[in-house]
Write a protein that binds this ligand. Sequence first.
Ligand SMILES: Nc1ncnc2c1ncn2[C@@H]1O[C@H](COP(=O)(O)OP(=O)(O)O)[C@@H](O)[C@H]1O
Ligand SMILES: [Mg+2]
Length: 143
Amino acid sequence: MNMHTSGVRSGKLGFSTRMRWIRIFPGHREQSRVVRAFVACLLADHQAADDAVSVVAELVANALCHTRSGLPGGAFIVEVRRWRTGVAVSVSDQGALREPAAGDAEELAEGGRGLRTVEALASRWGWAGDASGRTVIAVFEQP
Ligand SMILES: Nc1ncnc2c1ncn2[C@@H]1O[C@H](COP(=O)(O)OP(=O)(O)O)[C@@H](O)[C@H]1O
Ligand SMILES: [Mg+2]
């Protein structure tokens, strides 16, 4: 038996458990379906798949609705990362004057549920960047 075979048999493939995929999408509403399929495929065997797909859909909706990514010719980037104990999904947009902020109870009465949903489903979330472009990231740690 060679080392490769024994590695597979013992469940240790011998390469890193860290993986990363990045894809750019045109800033059109109908791309939301494609993004969901992209993330669902990459996380098909992962317990956080459903939550990560719901969250990425909220982040894409925000990129399209609130940032320049949703303007004609706009685009956004989706990144999926996996490691032994968790998953992260992030959406990078082309910027806006306002910042991502989960609404408080009053604002919830008039919409603003998206980032609250993200907050509820993800282990943690956050963003980086400025008015010329931001990345919003959500992390799902394995319990
Ligand atoms: N990627 C983003 N860039 C800039 N501002 C954002 C972004 N995502 C969300 N926001 C801001 O945060 C607010 C709250 O977002 P969200 O909870 O999804 O509610 P909604 O999209 O219904 O307004 C938005 O109204 C918007 O002002
Ligand atoms: Mg929203």
